[in-house]
Design a protein. Sequence first.
Length: 226
Amino acid sequence: MESTTIPQQHTEQKPTNAGSFSDLLRKVQHPTNEEPQAPYHWTLDEKVQLYRLAAQGKTRKEIAGVLGRSTDSVYSMASKLGVVSLKGMPQSEVDYVLNYYPLFGEKALAEKLRRPRKKIKYIAQSNDVKYKSMDKYNPPIPRGLTCYDMVKRVSFLDRESPVSQDLVEDCVAVFYNKTGPSAPLIAMHVDELVTALANHFSCDPQALTLTLLSGDKHSLNRRITA
């Protein structure tokens, strides 16, 4: 009796990349062209660098490139720190703020320079310049423009001196600290006042004198006699 052998059916095994169960729990790393993101936490050095770059007038995009962070991250941290970009603000205005902020504060300087108050305040804070009220100084500084009593009225006296060369040299200015009748506060020769004004405004004293005398009906260089 002939025996027949039934051929066994072979099933083809398909390759699998499943691996072990622990491999399935691992996160598969896919290749990407994106730059690695910077850590969420901002270091103190990064914050200081953000301040400095903004003070140099760098844009948000430029700062993000230097720090290796996104523009949204830079904007968020700048808002938290109160960082303001100084782009478009000349160095002369920055120096002006640093010189006068301690005495006048942000409001007065913002109105003077026509700049936002937060920008004026930022310049002062980033340079450790603090406002000090006039009453806090020792001695206190008056709230007027100067620490002197301001003149309220001035009158001019022609001396008719025989040695005067012209009306300017002959004239004396008398200053009063009240608008109404009052005792004179101080007097000054007008020619000396003209010289001081010419020196302050860098002009020729003689030219300024001739300008004052241009309305004189008589000779500019006439000698006044008693």
